[in-house]
Design a protein around this ligand. Structure first.
Ligand code: HEC
Ligand code: HEC
Length: 328
């Protein structure tokens, strides 16, 4: 009897202790979760070191012209302002991430990027880290474009082109949701500045040149693989569903579309297309069936014949993926 009493007491005492410990653990967890939530919501955006390279760009007219061709195809997509300059605008507006505005890229010293040096611009475009140390986001890291093409973009931003003359437009600070904050503060990180020069292959090597255009200069792969989150910027071919489409895209103006499968699969890709049909689609947004492509496929009228032909040749060489993006 005594022994049973003793045993029961001991068990009860043990349970009390265990409950207490469990209580502390639970409390600790709640504190950690609340702390993390408060951090995500309230902490300022993290800043990163700006290690701009030693670089000065000679803005000759060939570079300005080439930079114009690239910037007015690739940067306008996010940076076009209502005044027709590259003065920035609302860029993302949804319930998931919240509101984000793109920056004013005109030469205005305060509202725009007038105070950036060439080197700081190169650093921002490669790493995503702005001059003030804040991270602009993973969509602002141009990893694979060649140093020469990057120099051309910078020469254009510095030129007397009307699109980059000072505009006073200032964008409001972003209004991120909890998820948006978590994403930008914790989940995505800038990339390091490349250690080696980034060179483009010669156009004479058609397939290698086509690969460069698809993965570097015109960024086809980043929209046309499975999702931005699973893209591999350093080794594009390792991106999930490389060029197989299915990436859901939308803009702040209510357009939405799913990117197309541009691998050579005959049924679900562009394997049954001719080069002429492909050229029509890329340059003018016209499909072989006569339908117009969504504005989320930026019409690339400025692509030269040599470029479209190299891109076509390269796309014939990538593995075909069976992925019907138009299926429900
Ligand atoms: C997918 C959308 C997108 C594309 C494409 C894009 N940008 Fe941006 N860029 C942004 C957003 C959004 C910001 C602002 C982020 C912020 O405020 O932190 C930004 C910020 C910048 C900044 C920093 C400006 C500052 O005030 O510090 C520079 C410089 C810049 N972009 C240049 C370019 C150039 C040049 C191109 C074309 C080669 C380009 N961007 C293409 C979305 C984009
Ligand atoms: C900013 C994202 C984006 C970029 C960059 C982009 N595309 Fe697209 N592309 C799309 C979207 C979205 C569609 C689907 C449009 C639709 O369904 O109306 C599409 C459709 C196409 C189509 C039509 C295919 C079909 O079956 O209808 C072709 C061809 C194509 N893109 C080729 C290219 C090439 C080549 C490049 C690079 C030179 C490129 N795209 C760059 C987003 C992009």
């Amino acid at each position: 009897m005594n022994q049973l009493f003793y045993f029961t007491m001991k068990t009860l005492l043990f349970m009390k202790k265990a409950l207490k410990i469990f209580g502390y653990i639970l409390l600790g967890l709640v504190v950690v979760i609340l702390g993390l939530a408060a951090y995500i919501q309230l902490a300022p955006m993290p800043t990163y070191e700006v290690k701009a390279p030693d670089l000065k760009i000679i803005p000759d007219s060939a570079r300005v012209a080439e930079g114009r061709r690239i910037a007015l195809t690739m940067c306008v997509y996010c940076h076009r302002g209502p005044d027709g300059k590259l003065s920035g605008d609302i860029w993302n507006d949804d319930d998931v991430f919240g509101k984000l505005w793109s920056a004013n890229l005109t030469q205005h010293p305060d509202a725009g990027i007038g105070r950036y040096t060439d080197a700081e611009l190169a650093h921002t475009l490669r790493t995503g880290i702005k001059r003030d140390g804040h991270f602009a986001g993973p969509f602002m890291m141009f990893r694979n474009i060649s140093d020469e093409d990057l120099a051309s973009i910078i020469a254009f931003l510095r030129s007397d082109a009307p699109e980059v003359q000072p505009s006073e437009r200032r964008q409001p600070p972003s209004e991120l949701t909890f998820l948006g904050n978590m994403w930008l503060k914790l989940l995505v990180k800038p990339m390091p500045y490349p250690e080696k020069p980034v060179l483009a292959p010669s156009p004479a090597d058609k397939i290698a040149y086509g690969r460069y255009l698809v993965t570097g200069k015109w960024e086809c792969f980043s929209c046309h693989s499975a999702a931005f989150e699973t893209n591999n910027l350093d080794e594009p071919e390792k991106s999930k569903g490389y060029l197989g489409g299915g990436n859901p895209l939308k803009d702040a103006h209510g357009n939405s579309a799913v990117s197309a499968n541009i691998t050579p699969d005959r049924e679900t890709g562009i394997g049954a297309w001719t080069e002429a049909q492909f050229t029509e689609a890329v340059r003018f947004g016209k499909r072989p069936d006569g339908k117009s492509l969504s504005p989320l496929m930026p019409p690339m009228t400025v692509l030269t014949d040599e470029e479209v032909s190299a891109i076509w040749a390269y796309l014939q060489s990538v593995p075909a993926i069976k992925h019907n993006v138009k299926a429900p």
